[in-house]
Design a binder for this molecule. Structure first.
Ligand code: SAH
Ligand code: SF4
Ligand code: F3S
Length: 440
């Protein structure tokens, strides 16, 4: 049974990438503006938004099992909205299969949630998977309260059409938000408590405004915002790594020395079949340019193992590339055939056991690389942005400029930027000694 009175409390659950998390935050703010309040941890909410991700398989099945679990012992359900990329891709199917769902809303249409809720309360179900990107941002309420590190979506969608990927279908074509909107939103984020902003886009370094200004210009202007200590951006594409953006890593102190630049595989035949439009060597040359300009930059990437047809020898090229680069951290995945993408129907799909074994070997290599990077940082002095309390009493957790997790003790507060000396390295974090708070 679906509820018939307006919801008083909500819960938004985000399952996807950072842009999906950003969308989740904006939906929460939108619901807050409607007078609906966040449900207390552990208590049932009147309205549940499942903000889904479609990037790998099982995502869809997870949505249905989550919907099932929302049913209460008395047979009633909260109002349920399915948002995010599964909503975009499978909206009508969700409505058909899951009668408990009242609303399906795509990533570019969620600003219309309030109207959909009003209808849902009257028993009218609705699907909205339009893609009016700019209208969405114009319609959303201003940011109010954020943590020390905040996300800001600057660019949506993707025109690259890698053959394995659903993003061009779920998020639509590449659209850059306007310079002025972004500067205004960044200012508000800083007023709302942010000391660090991560600029987000599926191809964030392809951001370009109507006057042809690239991401480095945006970073340059954001760096003048008083109180904004750190700027990051993710995710970038190797082909859009311009000299201007690389130079910004040298010239703009607020731009952190970290670059997430996915390559996916180390073999040119595989890269071509993926439609990545760069070779392994082309990728390495981009990294050479970056390192020549900013020698201490920390590098990160994404990898897919077991793309259709990938041989053992081709996989070894990926391992070789990992060794050559010396990544500070990475994400790696088993290839997952996605409905509607060209790779899903390619010959020579790789058996699951082979993928699992390759993933394990790759993750071992990446682990070695990350540990080595952390060990090489010991003895360095750097700033840390304090993000939360640690596990032990008096312990704090924050991030180094190179995006390493750093824990230390001392008299500080969340949101402080402090100076530390890195004293010991573990595989995924470092410990540090507090030197002094940094004046901002
Ligand atoms: N726009 C970014 C991120 C895309 S999604 C980029 O181009 O790098 C994040 C990561 O998910 C990708 O980099 C890729 O490594 C992984 N991914 C995407 N589709 C996948 C699939 N079908 N199977 C396995 N991993 C996938
Ligand atoms: Fe997907 Fe490729 Fe676009 Fe990244 S660049 S979002 S992997 S299609
Ligand atoms: Fe997932 Fe959509 Fe992000 S498919 S990775 S939530 S863009």
């Amino acid at each position: 049974m679906r509820p018939t009175s307006p919801p008083r409390t909500y819960r938004v659950k985000s399952f996807g990438c950072q842009m999906n998390v950003y969308d989740g935050e904006r939906m929460a703010e939108l619901l807050g503006e409607q007078g609906i309040t966040a449900a207390i941890e552990g208590e049932a909410a009147d309205l549940v938004v499942l903000n889904t991700c479609h990037i790998r398989e099982k995502a869809v099945e997870k949505v249905y099992s989550d919907i099932g679990r929302l049913r209460r012992p008395d047979g009633t359900s909260p109002l349920i909205a399915v948002a995010g990329c599964v909503a975009q891709a499978e909206g009508k199917e969700i409505m058909r299969r899951a009668p408990a769902v009242s609303m399906v809303v795509g990533p570019q249409a969620y600003h219309r949630l309030p109207g959909m809720i009003a209808k849902a309360v009257e028993g009218r179900r609705a699907v909205d998977v339009d893609m009016p990107v700019q209208t969405k941002f114009d319609a959303l309420p201003a940011r109010r309260k954020v943590g020390p590190s905040a996300f800001l979506t600057v660019q949506e969608g993707c025109d690259k059409f890698c053959t394995y990927c659903v993003v061009p279908y779920t998020r639509g074509a590449e659209v850059s938000r306007s310079f002025n909107d972004l500067v205004a939103e960044a200012r508000r984020l800083v007023e709302a408590g942010a000391r660090e902003i991560t600029l987000l886009g599926q191809n964030v370094n392809a951001w370009r405004d109507a006057d042809g200004r690239g991401l480095e210009k945006l970073v340059e202007v954001l760096a003048t915002i008083h109180g904004l200590a750190r700027i990051r951006y993710t995710t970038s594409h190797p082909n859009d790594m311009t000299d201007g953006l690389i130079a910004a890593h040298r010239d703009i102190p607020q731009l952190m020395p970290f670059l997430h630049l996915p390559v996916q595989a180390g073999n040119d035949r595989v890269l071509k079949a993926m439609n990545r439009s760069h070779t392994a060597d082309g990728y390495l040359r981009v990294l050479d340019r970056v390192r020549a300009t900013r020698p201490d930059i920390a590098l990160s990437g994404d990898f897919i193992v077991g793309f259709p047809g990938e041989t053992e020898a081709e996989f070894k090229d990926t391992l070789r590339l990992v060794e050559q680069v010396g990544y500070a951290q990475c994400f790696s995945f088993k290839y997952s055939p996605r409905p509607g993408t060209p790779a899903a129907t390619m010959d020579d799909q790789i058996p699951r056991e082979v993928m699992a074994e390759r993933l394990q070997r790759l993750q071992e290599a990446l682990g070695v690389s990350q540990y080595a990077f952390n060990q090489a940082s010991v003895g360095q002095r750097c700033t840390v942005l304090v993000e939360r309390t640690g596990r032990d009493p008096g312990q704090w957790l924050g991030k180094s400029p190179w995006l390493q997790s750093v824990h230390f003790s001392g008299d500080v507060a969340i949101g402080d930027l402090v100076e530390v000396e890195l004293t010991a390295a573990g595989p995924i974090s470092l410990s540090a000694r507090l030197l002094e708070p940094v004046k901002s």
